[in-house]
Write a protein that binds this ligand. Sequence first.
Ligand SMILES: *Cc1c(COP(=O)(O)O)cnc(C)c1O
Length: 366
Amino acid sequence: MNNHVTVLEIDGTALDHNLNYFKQKINPETKILAVVKAFGYGSDGVQVAKHLEDKVDYFAVAYTHEGIALREANISKPILVLHPQIPNLKEVVSYRLEPNLYNFKIFNAFLKLADEAPLMNYPIHIKFNTGLNRLGFWHTDIPAIISDLKKTNHIKVQSLFSHLAASEDLEEQEFSINQINNFAYIAQQFYKHLGYEPLLHILNTSGVVNYAKAQFDMVRVGIGLYGFGNDDKETAALKNTHNLTSIISQIHTINPGETVGYNRAFVAKRPTKTATVPIGHADGLSRKIGNKKGYVLINNQKAPIIGNVCMDMIMVDVTKINCNEGDAVIIFNNQQMIQHIANVSETIVYETLTAISQRVKKVLKK
Ligand SMILES: *Cc1c(COP(=O)(O)O)cnc(C)c1O
């Protein structure tokens, strides 16, 4: 049981708001796949999936053990495993997970397992590389894939999909549209020669925002569910889902010339009141936000982080803030604060959110 006082509260109402925001951007019949990989973007994938289960059509995780965690929590909706790994394919089947097969090595490994079991029409997903050059078959592989599929009824293609490389960037519009057109061509080949019509999907969050016409049968929404769109305007229409709070453990008053934290990185120029807060880089706060780059909120006032971020704690300057040991500390409770941490950490909000570690207690509030 995690009883840490540093808590990430996941806002269920905000998740619903964000889901509805994306539903309203697509046709009513288009399916929604909620991406809950990486512990629901640093929150709690199981709690998020439980909350959303009746409102979405599909879930996706990156790795097999993430899917197993959902099944063990009795999530029964279909779960696409984006990057299942050959050694885990037996467990994929025993937990009724649906593998993405992205090259012949894993396709053949899964087919062999399906033949031996034997499985019957086991749902699999086939990914095509249309320009990201990460995972996926090439369009030139289509005839061989279709020929293999025609020889078996042990597996059945539930969907064909691809992933955009720069869906958030309108300067790359031509590239994205080319990816979409290539994907449509691939789908057409399958529809023509396979004898049945798998679901098609290519859009992630910013794909839905910028290329809603290419929604095909399903969209895969990740970061958008957690409150972030491609730009400030989209983000403003979404609600923040991740609220990270803690409490003041101790307050010190130090004299000019005294220092705070490791390497004595902060040197007091005047009498300074400091507060120690139990959250550090092991909880997911980058060391880049130390030395006054980042701040927290105490009694609605900004308290800059002074000195280096420690593994388990930060120290903040509360000289001008009326506060006591035990008082609440807000690390972030809106998208601007998360974006600020990402900026001063020299990264993107995806990394800031997913960095929130397993040591932080996670609570979903409905
Ligand atoms: C992570 C991921 C998504 C979700 O992307 P967002 O930008 O968070 O919406 C969709 N599809 C694939 C293949 C992914 O890996």
